[in-house]
Design a protein around this ligand. Structure first.
Ligand code: HEM
Length: 461
């Protein structure tokens, strides 16, 4: 999405769900001012503005930021499925920090990279890792919930414990899971967290970019030694009984040749950065957004508590209602006309997944969080967005050839982690006093676009 160019400071903060009136055309059609994209109002309350775009300007030419927006579910699916017409090159500001990755490739080159390690993130290999994921979740949760635990900035009062769930659990849990499948040496994991956070903040292309680049270089220096070591002595992932399930991802990448050449240290590092960058913040957001939404819908939380298998529906509905990723950029390879608008070849096209997920042509009352909704597909992942009966999946993992390869492992992490939380934390409720408030100073600040920043909870000690 574009970065701020000119902020209109006179755009008021509106009640959630209501759009600021940007004027009307003579025929009554609402006008759309692209400066809204740079406003604080849009960051906290994007959905009513996407509704205007979907209903009135489904292929919107934003002349201020020199790009196009696709906002309807069907149009975004068309673009993602057509990786020839809507190519993935280049991705913009993230490149220097992430490096060249499969995100920017298409066709055969893309498939070759994608198939290198995909097997560790799905299927039997992942199933065999489930006990290890559960064990890790338990260890982390017992640290802040068990007797005498106080290292996680918890507050203890008679019978009650307060904790920020991100800091205590969700920020690190997904990264630790991914470090395991990567085969990242345990002794370097603390350093790895520093590299990870620096690279993630550096992705913004802001003043933190330098720190991101430095962290990437440090990581690359470390990986250079690791590649030599693993090429000679690969390490393996094991199931719960100690049986080998094949080389871990770093060993696999280190020992891969394409057309007779080893993958370079730079390529191995980029893949590590992509896997952790793609799976850390996103899964953190999925876990925290789900708990926020469930705790603010007590009747649905009660249903999940009574039957934890409902976490499966809850996580899919969370990813539809409040995904942690807003959308993906594409570039047109040639002129493409959609809904009467010609997008010239070489244009930047923002495919807004947030908006697809709230398209009422697909999902009834899309602003409502409802884990029991009957119009959301929640089964095995599908590549084209809908199943044989025409039921649509959410768009949080994308669609088409770049469909997130980490989707399955992140769903498992979110569900297993949440089941363990439920088991250990009795009578969990949100600590409303400590939660950030909205503009009226009373109701909770909305999730807005992305992941919630903090989630304070209380539970019985
Ligand atoms: C809730 C969690 C997650 C969300 C919402 C998410 C979202 C996405 C989306 C939307 C894409 C498609 C990008 C595009 O079309 O250009 C993607 C790609 C990718 N994701 Fe995820 N992701 C999540 C978790 C993970 C995890 C846990 C991993 C790794 C363990 C991962 C690794 C990747 C990789 C490697 C790609 C690039 C795929 C390609 O270009 O072929 N993601 N993700």
């Amino acid at each position: 999405m574009p970065t701020a160019i000119i902020e209109r400071t006179d755009i008021p903060l509106m009640p959630i769900g209501e759009a600021y009136d940007m004027g009307r055309a003579p025929d009554g059609k609402p006008l759309f001012d692209p400066r809204i994209f740079d406003s604080r109002e849009f960051a906290r309350n994007p959905y009513p503005y996407y509704r205007i775009l979907r209903d009135h300007y489904p292929v919107y030419h934003d002349k201020l930021h020199n790009c196009f927006y696709l906002t309807r579910y069907d149009d975004i699916t068309t673009a993602y499925m057509d990786d020839e017409g809507f190519n993935t090159i280049p991705k913009g500001a993230s490149n220097p920090v992430l490096g060249n990755t499969q995100l920017e490739l298409s066709g055969v080159e893309h498939r070759r990279r994608r198939n290198l390690y995909g097997q560790h993130l799905v299927g039997n290999s992942l199933n065999a890792r489930i006990p290890a994921i559960e064990r890790l979740a338990s260890e982390m949760i017992i640290r802040f919930s068990g007797s005498g635990a106080d290292e996680m900035a918890t507050e203890n009062t008679a019978g009650r414990r307060t904790v920020e769930l991100g800091k205590a659990f969700a920020n690190e849990f997904p990264i630790r899971v991914v470090c395991q499948v990567l085969g990242f040496p345990e002794e370097a994991q603390d350093k790895f967290f520093y590299w990870y956070y620096s690279m993630m903040t550096g992705l913004g292309g802001s003043e933190t970019a330098r720190q991101g680049l430095e962290a990437r270089q440090d990581l690359e220096d470390y990986v250079a030694g690791l590649v030599v070591e693993r090429r000679a002595n690969p390490t393996f992932l094991c199931d719960n009984d100690g049986n080998s399930m094949g080389e871990d991802i770093i060993s696999k990448l280190s020992r891969t040749q394409i057309d007779g050449d080893w993958l370079s240290v730079e390529e191995v590092t980029s893949n590590i950065a992509l896997i952790v960058g793609g799976g850390g913040e996103t899964t953190r957001g999925a876990i925290l957004n789900m708990w926020y939404l469930l705790l603010s819908h007590p009747e649905q939380f009660a249903a999940v508590r009574a039957d934890p298998s409902l976490f499966q529906q809850a996580i899919h509905e969370t990813l539809r209602h409040s995904s942690s990723i807003g959308g993906q950029p594409r570039h047109t390879s040639y002129d493409i006309t959609m809904r009467g608008v010609t997008i010239p070849g070489g244009s930047l096209v923002n495919c807004v997944d947030f908006s697809a997920n709230h398209d009422d042509r697909v999902f009834k009352e899309p602003e409502r969080f409802d884990i029991f909704r009957d119009d959301l597909y929640t089964g095995k992942l599908i590549r084209n967005g809908y199943d044989a009966e025409g039921k649509h999946s959410h768009m949080a993992f994308g669609v088409g050839p770049h469909l997130c390869p980490g989707a399955w492992i992140s769903l498992q992490e979110s569900i297993l982690g949440s089941e363990v939380l439920l088991k250990h934390l009795k009578n969990t409720r949100m600590n409303l006093d400590r939660m950030p408030k909205d503009i009226n100073g009373v109701t909770l600040a909305p999730i807005g676009g992305g992941a919630i920043r903090e989630l304070w909870i209380d539970f019985d000690a």
